[in-house]
Design a protein around this ligand. Structure first.
Ligand SMILES: Cc1ncc(COP(=O)(O)O)c(C=O)c1O
Length: 438
């Protein structure tokens, strides 16, 4: 059952196609009534109330400093998360780091429960890891991949993951099979089925790539993995916090993510999910006296559950802050977050497309909070720099982080604007004016 706050806040909005001046409605501001943009298919949209949005903005000090459309880079922390981190640092300062950790044991235990609720898994299947890349690495380098084993992935795969495939191809002779995209740009699930051979061991997919609004069909891919008894590793770094991610529904065995993006947690934090079902097949690349017990002069035992992928030393204040960030997202409700983000992102795409010389480059049947575009006559880095001078945070994606995807689409650089629920319609309209150069 969703948290009470979500249930209470569910409201039904009116029909689409209301008479309006902008894509967001007559007033186009947060204080005005929020109307779904015409791109919404459903007539009944669950949205956060304006009152609630105003409160969420009041709890986000950064909103009053910058126009932040870099939530896919690092979002703005809510006060509650910031206070959780700084409160713990103050405790470390005042009573000592180890002693402070002892005092917050209930919160550290809650960390696993909070992620278990968010992802629909068991608490012992969660590990704290310092970022998404290391979490993914701990999973990937644990797999029993040998010469001739094949890994199936997609053109949109995250750069660091692909580098790891290349390294294991060099080191152990694994083979990489890149599944092409369908007409919409997402992983072609039929092509995936056709590419499976007797040597295929793993499907590794990035749920939401860093370089666009695409949401890959993670559930359908999970179905294929199940049918063929293949291991399934999902990079959910950009999806957790902006979309509902239900591991049981998706059926992945391994999932990695980060704290600072759509979860609005502190930097230097991340997490890994490892299914109990496959734990015995994995051989962690590094162990220490937290992840294993030295049971005799020449023997050791792995720690039960996913904690065998953790380190002894870690950023305790970050763990406390990330636990608070997950609770914060659950209190708002991830369904409501996704709906709000779809509304904002669809409106942003519509408004940007009205600007002469601007082309939107997001792909996929289902699109998310990341909006990528190009403007004739102004490179993405130049645009980001110009906007930054006006306190507007925009990011860019380059071919160096998307060799397969961008080369195939003839792209070298894109501007990346990523919204989150606390952004307003008025901010998006201001952003579009600035992009236009008016
Ligand atoms: C899809 C995806 N995966 C993984 C990562 C790496 O995350 P981290 O920087 O936390 O290691 C990113 C970062 O942008 C990403 O976009």
């Amino acid at each position: 059952m969703p948290p009470e706050s979500t249930r209470n806040r569910k409201r039904i909005l009116g029909r689409c196609g209301v008479k309006r001046l902008s894509v967001f409605g007559e007033h186009g501001s947060l204080s005005s009534t929020i109307k779904p943009p015409v791109t919404f298919k459903s007539n009944h949209v669950t949205m956060l109330s304006n009152e609630r949005l105003n409160a969420l903005r009041a709890e986000t000090p950064g909103c009053h400093q910058v126009l932040h459309l870099n939530n896919a880079g690092a979002s703005l922390m809510p006060k509650a998360v910031h206070e959780a981190v700084t409160g713990h640092l103050a405790l470390e300062r005042d009573i000592g780091g180890y002693e402070a950790e002892e005092q917050v044991q209930p919160v550290l235990t809650h960390f696993y429960n909070a992620f278990a609720t968010l992802l629909n898994v068991n608490p012992e299947e969660i590990a704290y890891v310092e970022n998404a890349t290391r979490a993914w690495d701990m999973a990937f380098y644990s797999l029993p991949l040998r010469e001739g084993d094949r890994v199936l992935t997609h053109e949109s795969e995250y750069a660091s993951n692909y580098l790891a495939y290349l390294q294991l191809a060099q080191r152990r002779g694994i083979e990489i099979d890149v599944v092409p995209s369908d007409a919409s740009g997402q992983m072609d699930v039929n092509a995936l089925r056709r590419k499976i051979t007797v040597n295929t061991r793993l499907i590794a997919l990035t749920h939401v790539p860093t370089q666009g609004g695409l949401v890959n069909p993670a559930v359908e891919v999970g179905q294929v993995a199940r049918e063929h008894g293949l291991l399934y590793l999902l990079d959910a770094c950009q999806s957790v916090g902006q979309l509902p991610v239900d591991v049981r529904e998706i059926g992945c065995h391994l999932l990695s993510g980060t704290g600072r993006k759509f979860l609005r947690g502190p930097r230097g934090t991340g997490f890994l999910y490892v299914s109990n079902e496959i734990l015995g097949q994995l051989d962690p690349p590094f162990i220490d006296l937290h992840s294993a017990t030295w049971t005799g002069a020449d023997q050791f035992e792995y720690r039960p559950g996913a904690k065998r992928f953790e380190n002894w030393e870690s950023y305790v204040a970050g763990r406390v802050g990330l636990a608070r960030a997950v609770d914060y997202a659950l209190e708002i409700g991830v369904d409501a977050i996704e709906k709000r983000n779809s509304h904002l992102a669809a409106g942003l795409r519509t408004e940007l497309a009205r600007i002469p010389g601007v082309a939107i480059h997001d792909q996929g049947e289902r699109k998310c909070a990341i909006v990528t575009f190009r403007k004739d006559g102004e490179s993405a880095p130049d645009l980001a720099k110009r906007l930054r001078e006006q306190n507007v945070n925009l990011s860019t994606s380059s071919v160096f982080s998307a060799q397969l995807d961008f080369a195939r689409r003839g792209l070298d650089n894109l501007a990346r604007a990523s919204v989150h629920y606390f952004n307003t319609e008025a901010e998006i309209e201001r952003f579009c004016k600035l992009v236009r150069g008016a």
